[in-house]
Ligand binder design. Structure first.
Ligand SMILES: *Cc1c(COP(=O)(O)O)cnc(C)c1O
Length: 436
């Protein structure tokens, strides 16, 4: 089989190997790395899928893409050390399921990507003996997951940027709870300012090489790719449904949805995807009109989805050969404002006795819209534990969410963030004081 190299979405002639694609993070010229081609998994794999545990599934899926780069034993070790929790599919009604992605250490789906990425970086850097600094912009959950996943890894510094006053209390504590190799920086600005600062740091070539900067946002392929695993795992748990399967994904930067489309390109039988968004909805508009117009982000109760210009949109276009009619055949989009999100939380609670966090509720709302006209077996992704957004959940449903024991312990000792303005010159100074 031909070796799978990585190309840039901005320039298919730029080809690199795994280490360069993931350790450098960005492909330059605003491009993002993608595998040059996406391997289909063999029919024998799909025949066995229903009997395979998550780690075996993850191993087969990742081996199909990474076998040129990582020996089987090492790959299995990366998977075993990162996928240490359940990702259960729960049935709420005859054709309605929820995939719970929040059973990792920081109670959000981003643990899966961040932990695989940390283990992979550790493996790749082991032989190189190098030191790197990871810059990550977060609206809350990414930074918590990355801070936790990389905590304690030698030779890897992590700097997390988050918008001051715009993350929940639990998120803020988690962000400031990484090991000594993790620093949280509060930025005077919004999430888009944080993302812009990260981009500007990378574009500043002297800064970027002086500090060996890399990214841990879902622009990094190492975080995106492991998110394909749980789509396979969901279908494995579902068995053989009589109806076509549609999956609704509460989306912000569209990493999770892009991973689902990749899983489908690898041969997984998902017939339709639903992009469920909040009041930040340039992609939903694009699906309807064919015109993509990024906008400044709007603050909502689903803050992990407050993204006005989703990072992974170029990857999504790339996967569909940039053809609008191809995309809309496989993907529908809906958006909901905060009031509709609260209504959805109430509806799930009343109809199914299920407590969803506001992000999951947006996923449910999108799926419900779609299922009004299409006969499908529907799955929505629950991307965070409701306790992470307990005040919105309590507001909408009157339910008090219990704080899980693991979280209580984790939040006992937290540090203080460093503060920075949102101009590159300001952040640069802060960064130079922290990094190696
Ligand atoms: C990050 C996040 C999302 C959005 O995921 P994307 O991959 O950025 O689209 C949704 N819900 C929660 C809870 C998140 O943390």
């Amino acid at each position: 089989m031909e070796k799978i190299t990585f190309i840039s979405t901005a320039n298919p002639y730029k080809q690199v190997g795994l280490s360069e694609a993931v350790l450098s993070g960005l492909a330059g010229e605003k491009g993002l790395f993608m595998p040059r081609y996406i391997p289909a998994l063999p029919a024998s794999f799909f025949r066995q899928l229903g009997d395979l545990p998550l780690t075996e599934i993850a191993f087969e899926v990742s081996r199909s893409l990474l076998h040129d780069y990582i020996p089987d034993d090492d790959l299995m070790e990366i998977i075993r050390s990162s996928l240490t929790y359940d990702i259960p599919l729960k049935q709420l009604d005859e054709d309605l399921y929820v995939l719970e992605l929040f059973h990792g250490p920081t109670l959000a789906f981003k643990d899966t990507g961040a932990r695989f990425m940390a283990a992979l970086f550790n493996y790749l850097l082991r032989d190189m003996g190098g030191r790197i600094t990871i810059l990550v912009a977060t609206s809350g959950d990414t930074g918590s997951a990355v801070a936790n996943a990389f905590s304690g890894y030698k030779g890897i510094k992590v700097v997390v940027l988050y918008p001051a006053g715009r993350v929940s209390e639990i998120q803020e504590k988690m962000l400031n709870n990484g090991g000594p190799n993790v620093t949280a920086v509060e930025i005077d600005g919004d999430f888009d300012d944080c993302q812009r600062l990260v981009r500007e740091c990378f574009s500043d070539l002297s800064l970027s090489s002086e500090m060996n900067l890399t990214s841990a946002n879902s622009i990094n392929f190492a975080r995106l790719f492991p998110q394909t695993f749980y789509y396979f795992h969901a279908m494995s748990q579902l068995g053989k449904p009589a109806k076509p399967v549609a999956i609704s994904i509460p989306s912000g930067n569209f990493g999770n949805l892009t991973a689902g489309v990749m899983a489908s390109a690898m041969g997984l039988g998902i017939s339709h995807f639903i992009a469920s968004c909040n009041s930040n909805h340039p992609v939903v508009d694009y699906l309807r009109s064919g015109i993509y117009k990024p906008a400044p982000s709007i603050h909502t109760i689903t803050n992990a989805m407050d993204v006005g210009n989703p990072n992974n949109f170029p990857r999504l276009l790339h996967l569909f050969g940039k053809r609008h009619e191809e995309i809309t055949r496989k993907l529908s989009g809906y958006w909901f404002d905060d009031n509709q999100t609260r209504t959805a939380m109430r509806e799930i609670h009343i109809k199914y006795g299920y407590t969803a966090d506001p992000h999951g509720a947006v996923g449910f709302a999108g799926l419900s819209e779609f299922m009004k006209t299409k006969k499908v077996c529907g799955i929505f992704l629950e991307t965070a534990h409701p306790v992470k957004f307990s005040s919105s959940v309590e507001d909408a449903t009157g339910i008090r969410v219990e704080v899980p024991e693991s979280l209580r312990k984790m939040l006992l000792n937290t540090g203080k963030p460093v503060r920075s303005g949102n101009k590159l010159v300001e952040f640069r100074k802060v960064l130079q004081n922290i990094a190696y």
